[in-house]
Design a protein around this ligand. Structure first.
Ligand SMILES: Nc1ncnc2c1ncn2[C@@H]1O[C@H](COP(=O)(O)OP(=O)(O)OP(=O)(O)O)[C@@H](O)[C@H]1O
Length: 243
């Protein structure tokens, strides 16, 4: 692993008596694609929430990003520092076109001039492999896959160092998942570290360099995808006894 860009140390999050995240520690190397797996309710989204401060930080533990503690910082400051996330639900502006959506995001994120915002929008559309013939479509008219591309492009426009994606493959067909695989590798090659929560194991195992598996809020296994997938505890908890 290269230098750590994210260090999570003994992170915990409780909701009343429920410990949704329990003493979770891991590091993500600069430039990695790092996977997060686990059954429903195992704490994956809660982990993303407490890392980004949206809408809460950890109950206890430390999170460092790019060498600085961020676990007590407000969400907007964390995002501005280069840790950017998407959500399971597409956040679209249905009445804006793809181009307009990105221009709004560009100006909001960077105090840019109109021409600079246009260039930024163009560059993230290319990175998200968006069909240039579709950039003047309304967001509401896009296919499920195109909405995912727009979501990723919108996140990329703030030039994150780390992009955190929460189940981007949900609702996609197999050919679309293959396209998403190539898209993520392209974004990563462009220098963006990626944290990926994903239920579609084929995608997670294909793109991740390392991964953790959560179960009931705690890390059940971690390491190289090929090793993790052979772990009997993972097969039992996550895969129902067989891969
Ligand atoms: N705001 C909240 N208040 C109370 N309990 C919560 C809250 N958010 C999550 N939980 C609980 O914390 C646990 C972990 O939930 P979380 O959404 O993080 O799991 P997940 O692994 O992301 O699940 P999924 O794969 O279904 O998205 C679950 O038991 C959930 O019900």
């Amino acid at each position: 692993m290269t230098n750590a860009i994210i260090e999570v140390v003994d992170a915990c999050k409780s909701f009343g008596g429920l410990k949704a995240v329990k003493d979770v520690s891991f590091t993500v190397g600069t430039g990695e694609i790092f996977g997060i797996a686990g059954p429903n309710g195992s704490g994956k989204s809660t982990l993303f929430n407490l890392m980004t401060g949206i809408p809460y930080g950890p109950t206890s533990g430390e999170i460092r990003f790019d060498g600085n503690r961020i676990d007590r910082k407000p969400a907007h400051a964390i995002a501005r520092s280069g840790l950017c996330r998407t959500f399971q639900k597409d956040a679209e502006f249905p009445d804006l076109t793809v181009r307009e959506t990105l221009l709004v995001s560009a100006v909001y994120n960077g105090d840019l001039s109109a021409s600079k915002a246009t260039n930024e929008a163009q560059s993230v559309l290319e990175l998200a492999q968006f069909d240039p013939n579709r950039v003047d479509m309304l967001s509401s008219e896009l296919s499920v896959y195109e909405k995912k591309q727009l979501m990723i492009a919108s996140a990329l426009i703030s030039k994150p160092k780390v992009l955190m994606l929460d189940e981007p493959a949900s609702g996609l067909t197999k050919p679309e998942i293959a396209k998403l695989d190539a898209l993520l590798l392209g974004v990563n090659r462009a220098g963006v570290t990626i944290l990926l929560i994903e239920h579609v194991l084929s995608l997670l195992l294909s793109v991740s360099q390392r991964l953790i598996v959560l179960n009931q809020g705690a890390i059940l296994a971690q390491g190289l995808p090929a090793d993790v997938v052979k772990d009997p505890a993972v097969a039992e908890a996550y895969l129902g006894g067989g891969v």
